[in-house]
Design a protein around this ligand. Structure first.
Ligand SMILES: Cc1ncc(COP(=O)(O)O)c(C=O)c1O
Length: 451
C-alpha cells in the first residue's frame, strides 16, 4: 500500500487531501471519471492501480490487492515492473539534460540508438530512423515517408487491424467501430480481410487453401486501382483478436505489394522488440519489410516509438519531425533495454516460455469447449471464445463476463482482444510457475462463469 513517503510527495505537490483514508478503488475511480475524459477499459472491472508498488508480474491496486499481470502493460513492460537493474540505470541517467528535442538537433544518444536499432532490423540495408513518442505516430512516420518517397497516397490495410487512434494510423485501423465511426479518415485505404484461418472468410482450410485472401487483394486492386504507396500490416494481429497468419498468406500479400512497386510496412508495435523470439515478428515469415514501426517495449515504459524506412526516408529536411521524440534520457533507456533483452537471452527464452504458455492453454482448452482456439507466437498468445465449437458462434458477452471473473475473483490482470478473445502478452521475465498459476486461475474462472 502507499505509505507515508508516497503521501508526502503528493503533499509537496499540493495534494493535502490524499491520505490513507482515501485508498479505495471506488473513490479514485469516481474522481477519475469526473476528471478524465475516458479510460479505454471498463471502470466496473478494473481497480485503481497503485503506482508505487509492483515487482515483475505482480501488480497491485490501491487497496492492496495483488494481481498476476498477463498484459505486460499491453506489451510495454518487457522486463516487468520495477526491474531493479533498470531502476539503478534510471538513477544513473536521471541528471542528463532531458530537454533536447531529438529530431531537431543532433545529440549522441539518439544517434547511437538509431544505429543500434538499424543493426537489428531485417530487410535491405540503407535505412534511416525517425523517432516519435507513440505507436500510432511511429506508424504515421512510415506512412508519411512512403507517401513522400513514392508520390502516391493510397494504402492497403486489413480487417481487423489496429495501428493507432490518430490521423493516418486511424484511417488504417479497423478493429473496433468505436475507434473510427464519426471521424473523417485521413487517407484512402483498400481493405481486405486479415489472413484469419480459424474463421477463413473464404471457407478454406489453411492446409490446402490457395491463399484466397491474397487473391481477394489482387481483385480489390483491379477494381479499386493499384496506385498504392504501401501495404501496412501487423505480422500478428494483436488488438483485433490475436491472430497468427500463415506464412504463405503474409508472403502472398508481400509479393502483391512488390509487384505493384509499393512499400511494405510491418507494424511491430505490439509484436516487435523480441516478444515473439525475433526482434521483428515479420522475420518469422521470411519477408523483408521496407518499413518497420516500433514503440511499446522499445522505451521500456517511456513513450518512445521509431519509424524505420529506406534512406533518405524523406525527400528533404523538415518534411517530418516530432518535438519530444528520442530525447536523451529516453534514448539511453531504450539502449539499455535492447542490451538487456539481448544479453538476458530473452529472444530464445520468449520462444520457450511462449511454447509452454501455448501448451498450458491448450490443456485448459481440452477441459472447456468454450475455448474454440488457442494461438500465438512467443509471448503473444490468445484464446478465442465460442458458444459452440462447431458453429464457432462468437461468445462476446461470455468473454466480457470471463474477463470480469478473471480480474475480480482470480486476481489475474488481463485484457480482451477483438470481440471474443483474450490476449496474453506478459513481460519477458514470466516463469513456468507463473504460467501454471495463470492456467489454474483461468481454469477456475471458466468453471465459475456460465455461458
Ligand atoms: C499493432 C499496434 N500498432 C499501433 C498501436 C498504437 O500505439 P499507441 O497507442 O502508442 O499510439 C498499437 C497499440 O496498441 C498496436 O498494438
Amino acid at each position: 500500500m502507499m505509505d507515508r513517503k508516497d503521501f508526502e510527495i503528493l503533499k509537496e505537490l499540493g495534494f493535502e487531501d490524499v491520505g490513507p483514508d482515501t485508498m479505495k478503488n471506488d473513490y479514485w475511480k469516481k474522481r477519475g471519471a469526473d476528471a478524465l475524459a475516458i479510460t479505454t477499459q471498463a471502470r466496473d472491472i478494473y481497480g485503481c492501480l497503485d503506482h508505487t508498488r509492483g515487482e515483475g508480474l505482480e501488480i497491485y491496486d490501491i487497496e492492496g490487492t495483488k494481481y498476476l499481470d498477463m498484459t505486460g502493460g499491453v506489451a510495454v513492460r518487457a522486463l516487468g515492473l520495477r526491474y531493479r537493474p533498470f531502476i539503478d540505470f534510471e538513477m544513473k541517467v536521471a541528471d542528463v539534460v532531458k530537454e533536447l528535442p531529438g529530431m531537431d538537433f543532433d545529440a549522441i544518444p539518439q544517434t547511437l540508438l538509431a544505429e543500434r536499432i538499424l543493426s537489428l532490423m531485417p530487410g535491405p540495408d540503407k535505412k534511416r530512423v525517425t523517432f516519435t513518442t507513440s505507436g500510432g505516430r511511429a506508424v504515421e512516420g512510415c506512412m508519411k515517408s512512403a507517401m513522400d518517397l513514392s508520390r502516391k497516397n493510397r494504402f492497403i490495410a486489413f480487417r481487423p487491424a489496429f495501428h493507432g487512434r490518430t490521423g493516418y494510423a486511424l484511417a488504417a485501423t479497423a478493429s473496433n467501430s468505436k475507434h473510427k465511426s464519426g471521424y473523417p479518415q485521413g487517407v484512402d485505404v483498400i481493405r481486405v480481410s486479415y489472413p484469419y484461418c480459424y474463421r477463413c472468410p473464404y471457407g478454406q482450410n489453411v492446409e490446402d487453401c490457395n491463399i484466397e485472401c491474397v487473391e481477394a487483394l489482387r481483385y480489390a486492386l483491379q477494381v479499386e486501382g493499384n496506385d498504392i504507396a504501401a501495404t501496412l500490416m501487423e505480422p500478428l494481429c494483436g488488438e483485433g483478436g490475436l491472430i497468427v497468419p500463415p506464412a504463405k498468406a503474409i508472403r502472398g500479400m508481400y509479393e502483391v505489394t512488390k509487384d505493384l512497386g509499393a512499400y511494405f510496412i510491418s507494424d511491430e508495435i505490439q509484436a516487435g522488440m523480441g516478444r515473439t523470439g525475433k526482434w521483428c515478428a515479420i522475420e518469422h515469415f521470411d519477408v523483408e519489410p521496407d518499413y518497420v514501426a516500433l514503440a511499446k517495449a522499445l522505451g521500456g515504459g517511456y513513450p518512445l516509438g521509431a519509424s524505420i524506412g529506406p534512406a533518405p526516408m524523406f525527400t528533404g529536411p523538415a518534411r517530418h519531425s516530432e518535438t519530444f521524440s528520442a530525447e536523451p534520457k529516453m534514448s539511453l533507456i531504450a539502449l539499455w533495454h535492447i542490451k538487456h533483452i539481448e544479453e538476458g537471452g530473452y529472444l530464445q527464452r520468449n520462444v520457450k516460455m511462449g511454447n509452454y504458455l501455448l501448451k498450458r492453454l491448450t490443456e485448459v482448452k481440452e477441459k472447456h469447449e468454450v475455448i474454440g482456439d488457442v494461438r500465438g507466437m512467443g509471448l503473444m498468445v490468445g484464446i478465442e471464445l465460442v458458444k459452440d465449437p462447431k458453429t464457432k458462434e462468437k461468445a462476446i458477452e461470455y468473454r466480457n463476463k470471463l474477463v470480469k471473473n478473471l480480474v475480480q475473483k482470480q486476481k489475474l490482470w488481463i485484457l480482451g482482444a477483438g470481440q471474443n478473445c483474450i490476449r496474453f502478452t506478459p513481460s519477458y521475465v514470466i516463469t513456468k510457475e507463473q504460467i501454471d498459476d495463470m492456467a489454474e486461475r483461468l481454469d477456475r474462472a471458466l468453471s465459475e462463469t456460465e455461458l
